[in-house]
Design a protein. Structure first.
Length: 342
């Protein structure tokens, strides 16, 4: 039998409906900033903003499908996407998870109208999920939106509603933060990373290695194992070892598993779970933004990092997945026995 092809998708929610987009088209996940109104022939383009030096439009998926939308809030997000050199944002309410989906398991979506933005549907762990056709979603033309000045858009005003001074400050601060131009806007040269927290420090892993995120409460303890092994996790019949990244990186054992997360990572056909305190964000990095590992880090921590990056005004370490898996390959199989399946 041939190997089943799996693709990585990011699942999110818009107005109580679930959607998924291929991870390779995800540029960055950001909080909803202040939007500027725009006059277009497309009602589903609700505004635009300056993203890293590029003016990009924002799409409302509900309106795009002739469905009802609802008032926006500071808790909403923008999923910045890229396809065929076109950059645009999708307004979303909730981010869920990165999932692996087999090509053969997708069910073709039958359209009742001319809206072709949904290509397939599939049942994920979160419910019935619609797969976005990113190519059709990006088929719109805007005429020189950078020259639009001092225009009014009553529809955008209704979506945003009356804002408090605090809300205005939040939106404006985000707008100013996101418009800082990066050295390059070529997203083909960028790599997507998932950021997470261990104690009060930040780390990240390349999204391509990640299979899924799971609540740490699913961990089963394994007796007589070393401190760097928290337990095991039953991944739909496959037993995966869960490593305590805190102990591996900092030689400090994690305290409990309540409210923590497991990042399931795959490298060279081997899968492991990494216990972390909190998942933070998904964003892109360029090679120019990565710096060498600081010399003042502990040897054990430095050994498993391949660089650092400034994240939310703090230094985040980039995990060297290869070294972690090479380290664990010498130890994991020795401790995991058939007893854990009982």
């Amino acid at each position: 039998m041939g190997m089943k092809i799996k693709n990585s998708y990011l699942v999110f929610e818009v107005n109580k409906s679930l959607y998924a987009l291929t991870s390779e088209n995800v540029v960055e996940l950001i909080w909803l900033p202040e939007l500027n109104p725009i006059e277009t022939t497309y009602s589903f383009i609700v505004g635009y903003f300056n993203f890293r030096g590029t003016i990009i439009p924002v799409i409302d998926l509900s309106i795009r499908q002739n469905l009802k939308t609802k008032k926006y809030s500071t808790n909403d997000r923008i999923l910045v996407t890229s396809v065929n050199s076109i950059i645009f944002g999708i307004h979303i309410h909730e981010i869920y998870n990165v999932v692996q989906i087999e090509e053969g398991s997708l069910e073709k979506f039958i359209h009742k109208d001319n809206s072709q933005i949904i290509s397939h549907v599939i049942n994920t762990e979160f419910g019935l999920t619609q797969i976005l056709n990113i190519n059709d979603l990006s088929k719109f033309e805007l005429s020189d939106i950078e020259t639009k000045k001092n225009i009014t858009n009553t529809f955008l005003s209704k979506l945003i509603g009356e804002l408090s001074e605090r809300e205005k400050e939040i939106y404006n601060k985000r707008k100013n933060s996101y418009q800082i131009q990066t050295k390059t806007n070529d997203y083909s040269e960028k790599i997507s990373y998932v950021f997470f927290r261990i104690f009060n420090e930040f780390f990240c892993i390349e999204l391509k290695y990640i299979l899924e995120f799971v609540s740490a409460e699913t961990i089963s303890r394994i007796p007589c194992t070393p401190k760097h092994i928290t337990g095991c996790y039953n991944q739909r019949g496959d037993i995966l070892v869960v490593l305590d990244l805190s102990y591996i990186l900092k030689n400090i054992e994690s305290t409990g598993i309540e409210n923590k997360k497991i990042i399931v990572v795959k490298y060279n056909e081997l899968s492991l779970g990494f216990l972390v305190d909190e998942l933070l964000d998904v964003t892109y990095l360029t090679s120019n933004s990565i710096i060498n590992t600081p010399l003042d880090q502990k040897h054990s921590e430095k050994e498993f990092l391949k660089g650092t990056f400034t994240f939310k005004e703090q230094i985040a370490g980039i995990l060297n997945i290869q070294k972690i898996f090479e380290f664990e390959k010498l130890n994991v199989e020795e401790y995991v026995t058939p007893e854990i399946n009982k």
